[in-house]
Design a protein around this ligand. Structure first.
Ligand code: MG
Ligand code: MG
Ligand code: MG
Length: 306
């Protein structure tokens, strides 16, 4: 029976490449593992797969009657549908521990590092399996993406060490150049429907019984999003109308290293309190905010009393 390896909904580069890397590791050890993703690749991931000549993983959205390995998440809300009708056999992650539970002991490898690619580099080393050059390129790209080229507060020494290892195997000299190519691909948002931009890197969280959605767009400059703000707000309002207490969109300026946080909420004051900011219309600039995982979500959890 195959094991299907899959990252979170609205797949990002780490989610897709970690599925490939873990499937390849397990295949090298003689197991039947298949890399999957829960939806189409985003422009950044498409560029990375092409650059390192790797085919798209297959689409998997329903876990019914399947053995599943989760990468880059352990939250039921972000996992394939009907997870309880399948069986989770492994989790490789770098987020807070989510709400997935199992009936049997499994491999559960979570490390407080900047990227699943870094955890996987460690797993390859532990297993003594050589990392294929294309897989090294994919994991390298994921680390640069998740750590925003080492600028995110999520970045650790382990991520930097993994990049040093992986760039040699992948034959990539200029990691800054690779990051800029990826940033160009992901921040080209002109002409893309607002709802697609909101959903591109979007996660729902349960905050003390309230559904809170947080999207993020990483931009080379906020000007790129300026003409789209009204449309983005409308998309956020539509998402909120669909049973959510709050929808946030982080417009993150990767160069200035901060985020203009757009807010649609039943209780805007709780969001202001969470970040110690004051809304100017529907958004507020938060200096230094780069990471949803390490900055946005923990502050929200505190504010919502989780
Ligand atoms: Mg991810
Ligand atoms: Mg990740
Ligand atoms: Mg990310």
């Amino acid at each position: 029976m195959s094991v299907y390896v899959v990252g979170h909904k609205n797949p990002d580069t780490d989610s897709v490449t970690a599925a490939i890397a873990y499937a390849e590791l397990m295949k090298a050890k003689g197991n039947d593992y298949v890399a999957c993703m829960q939806g189409a690749t985003n422009p950044e991931t498409a560029l990375v797969l092409e650059r390192f000549k790797t085919p798209d993983p297959q689409i998997l959205t329903d876990a019914t009657d399947k053995q599943i390995a989760l990468v880059d998440h352990s939250d039921i809300a972000q996992a394939p549908d009907n997870l309880s009708a399948g069986e989770v056999v492994a989790i490789v992650d770098h987020h807070k521990i989510g709400d997935v539970t199992t009936n049997n002991p499994i491999l559960f490898c979570a490390m407080p590092v900047g990227c699943s690619g870094t955890v996987l580099t460690t797993l390859y080393q532990m297993e003594g399996v050589e990392i294929p050059a294309n897989v090294a390129g994919l994991m390298l790209s994921a680390i640069l993406s998740d750590t925003v080229n080492f600028k995110s507060p999520t970045c650790t020494d382990a991520d930097k060490a993994a990049v040093e290892t992986l760039k040699k195997i992948a034959g990539v000299d200029d990691t800054d150049g690779l990051f800029m190519d990826m940033l160009k691909a992901k921040s080209a948002i002109e002409g893309i429907p607002a709802i697609d931009l909101l959903n591109r890197d979007y996660k729902d969280f349960d905050m003390n019984g309230k559904k809170v959605g947080v999207g993020q767009l990483e931009l080379a400059t906020l000007d790129q999003a300026a003409p789209m703000r009204d449309d983005l707000l409308k998309a956020m309002q539509d998402a909120k109308a669909d049973g959510r207490h709050t929808v946030l969109l982080m417009l993150t300026d990767v160069v200035k290293e901060g985020t203009d946080l757009m807010v649609v909420s039943d209780d805007p004051a709780i969001i202001e309190g969470a970040f110690g900011g004051k809304l100017d219309g529907v958004s507020m600039w938060i200096e230094g905010m780069m990471s949803r995982k390490k900055q946005t979500v923990p502050n929200l959890q505190n504010a919502f009393g989780c």
